[in-house]
Design a protein around this ligand. Structure first.
Ligand code: SF4
Length: 500
């Protein structure tokens, strides 16, 4: 079994070097060595793609292990790849169309349920790409718009705070190409590591140090995050109000965004909970909902406080009474305390009653595990389209018209509305190490276009390069089971079956 030759018109020198032109770097590669990206090598004077080409197998045992194609082929007693097998040719390890005047490396036909289909695959070189990172945490990571750094270089920024999560936007063409050479290289490294599911340490200017790894809990200032909030402070009041009824006089759910106060909250009113004379700091939004009770931080409920009483004013003596009980809890249940008012109406901490301990546990139980989510985002609306069709805009239109399904390493993608073919994919949905890089710098990501063969002909596809799956057998390939939960690219859901 041999590695797949990258192309058949490779330039050579007399001393055996071969020239790779799979990206603008155009390495001259000595015999036995690899190019700058480690993706192409000179093997006995032939330019080869180093990694095996990945083919997805739709298996019933979704947990199946990865099987080297060579071994599997032997098991099949010489039968290479059956055209009607439940297989899907990905672009991982397939090679590229660069410099974009030639057709995609694989344009593979298959008959699926009586319909002639074609899948066009290429490893795209993306100078326009980045990752969107969702960090599930209440803790404050840094100010919105603050620069996010890796290895001291600016690689992105903090963007919006979402429900129980802080979003980061990393990469993009400005960090890849618009800064110093080092900034571009480090940005490329950071995107590559995150996209391939590796941990990366990020430092937010004026904020926290975070270790992000796709599908794993974020580590914030050295502490792994365990739980995502059950809700904002107001939502938490609403969820648990009935369970607190009769067990405590007042509840405050401390939250950096919306702190909730049971007796003033609509749910407390509906339940007939009497006023307690509590006075809150911060800005009252609506009854029982307070903004800005403290500064953001890594303490209670994503604030900077370690003493929850610091967000209370003095109790109103006209309403409060000695002995009144107060439960204070954070949105994840990580922090909780119980108080009783003394004769001077000051809250004094006391042992937590069992019912409130159970309530704290219930809040924790209702929190989902905190994770980091990494979505790779890239623009495929440029030159790689020429590898698919001689009339690139027709591919864009075909994607918009949902006649062409776009996948990334066989994983489903979200294609943004509007111009271009700008897509996002959850990196955990791809086979391992699906992403590469070239030192221009740019990320290399697999992309596949699947459509009906007659639609492909209609959009000006490279019909003379269409070949059946069974012709792919002579070089090293790797069969990878389809990930559970991924839509099968030939499935009937969505394009290209829409007309049926
Ligand atoms: S860096 Fe570019 S030219 Fe060099 S081996 Fe990799 S793909 Fe080929």
């Amino acid at each position: 079994m041999t590695l797949q030759p990258a192309r058949d018109d490779t330039a050579h020198t007399a001393d055996g070097k071969v020239r790779c032109d799979a990206c603008p770097v155009t390495c001259w590669i000595r015999p036995g060595l690899a190019g700058a990206c480690d993706r192409y090598a000179n093997r006995d004077g032939e330019l080869v793609r180093v990694d095996p080409h990945v083919i997805l197998q739709r298996t019933l045992d979704q947990g199946g292990r990865v099987v080297p194609f060579s071994r599997r082929a032997a098991e099949w007693a010489g039968e290479i790849l059956s055209d009607d097998a439940p297989l899907f040719v990905t672009a991982i390890g397939a090679g590229t169309t660069y410099p974009d005047y030639k057709p995609a490396p694989f344009i593979v036909s298959a008959e699926v349920d009586g319909v002639d289909m074609v899948t066009v695959v290429t490893e795209g070189i993306f100078s326009y790409c980045g990752v969107k990172v969702k960090v599930d945490t209440d803790r404050w990571l840094g100010p919105e718009q603050a620069t996010v750094r890796a290895q001291g270089e600016a690689v992105g920024h903090v963007t919006t705070g979402e429900y129980g999560s802080q979003m980061l936007s990393l990469g993009g063409v400005h960090h890849l190409t618009g800064g110093s050479k080092k900034e571009g290289r480090v940005t490329c490294d950071t995107l590559l590591e995150l996209s391939n599911g590796k941990p990366v340490e990020l430092v937010v200017d004026g904020g926290s140090t975070i270790v992000v790894e796709a599908g794993k809990p974020p580590v914030i200032n050295g502490v792994p995050e365990e739980r995502m909030r059950v809700g904002c402070g107001s939502a938490t009041i609403g969820i648990f109000a009935k369970q607190w009824l009769g067990k405590v006089d007042e509840v405050v759910v401390v939250d950096d965004h919306i702190t909730g106060v049971l007796s003033e909250h609509q749910s407390g009113k509906v339940l007939g909970i009497p006023p307690t004379g509590i006075r809150m700091k911060g800005r009252r939004s609506t009854p029982g909902r307070y903004f800005q009770v403290a500064e953001p931080g890594t303490g209670w409920g994503g604030t900077d406080i370690s003493d929850p009483l610091s967000i209370l004013g003095a109790f109103d003596p006209a309403v409060a009474r000695p002995g009144l009980t107060l439960f204070m809890v954070s949105t994840t249940g990580e922090h909780a305390a119980f108080y009783r008012l003394d004769e001077a109406l000051r809250p004094v901490e006391a042992a937590m009653p069992a019912a409130l301990r159970a309530s704290t546990e219930r809040i924790k139980e209702n929190c989902e595990p905190a994770l980091s989510t990494v979505l790779f985002m890239a623009g495929a609306g440029g030159s790689l389209r020429a590898g698919v069709t001689e009339n690139p805009v027709r591919l864009t239109r075909s994607v918009k018209d949902t006649l062409t399904r776009v996948t990334c390493g066989g994983a489903p993608v979200y294609v943004w509305p509007g111009g271009g073919i700008t897509f996002m994919v959850d990196v955990t949905r791809l086979p391992a190490n699906a992403f590469g890089y070239v030192p221009t710098p740019a990320l290399v990501a697999p992309i596949e276009f699947t459509l009906r063969l007659d639609d492909y002909a209609a959009l000006g596809g490279h019909m003379d390069h269409v070949r059946p799956l069974s012709t792919l057998g002579e070089h090293e390939r790797r069969l990878v089971p389809q990930l559970p939960g991924n839509t099968w690219p030939f499935g009937r859901e969505g394009p290209p079956w829409g007309r049926e």
